[in-house]
Design a protein around this ligand. Sequence first.
Ligand SMILES: [Zn+2]
Length: 235
Amino acid sequence: MTITATDGDSRGARASRAEVIHRDIVRAILEQRLGPGTKLGEDEVGAIYGVSRTIVRAALQSLAHEGIVVIEKNRGAFVAHPTVKDAAEVFSARRLIEPVITELAAANCDAAGAKLLAEHFAREKQAEREGDDRAAIRLSGEFHLVIARIAGQGVYENFLRELVARSSLIILLYRRSRAQCCKVDHHAGLVEAITSGRAEDAVRQMTVHLDEIEQELELVETAMPAKPLSELLAG
Ligand SMILES: [Zn+2]
């Protein structure tokens, strides 16, 4: 790889621009605007953000590291297309770490944590009430990350961020209907249990919730036609 600093930016500024692209791509995946297999052309992404290929490449590589993007030699970068096996592994990892995160969150939830969770949940309900599907889907995934934030474990939170993004791709590929992945009433019960410090109850609810999300999926190999990025962004 050739590193060129044509824009004359400092290393720090390049890193933060790469982070913006990283964040936006994850957000588009969480909102299910960017689907599995979408090509992420370096030039095209660079033109959208007005940045060099070096910066785009840094963003794509960090996404690839997280399993969200796949970089194929001589073909470029694509949004990952998780297989049935990947899906099973992602949910297995979530079933393993989310009960621990939930237990910690219930144990550590102070007034600030309770406010954070309640406010996030209110935004989720509002998006659903207003029929804003994109926001509702993203916020329902981020709800799980807010719980990890309250748990106060950065490593778990980062790990879960990757798993939630990959779950969005899995849900997009394998869901049985167009129904939302997380049910608002499940989240209501979790808010209640976590903010009142009922750790055991919260863990039980999280386990049931994750099982239900997985049961909504039909885990058989499927194909989703790749569309050009310009077409996806034009809508
Ligand atoms: Zn959920």
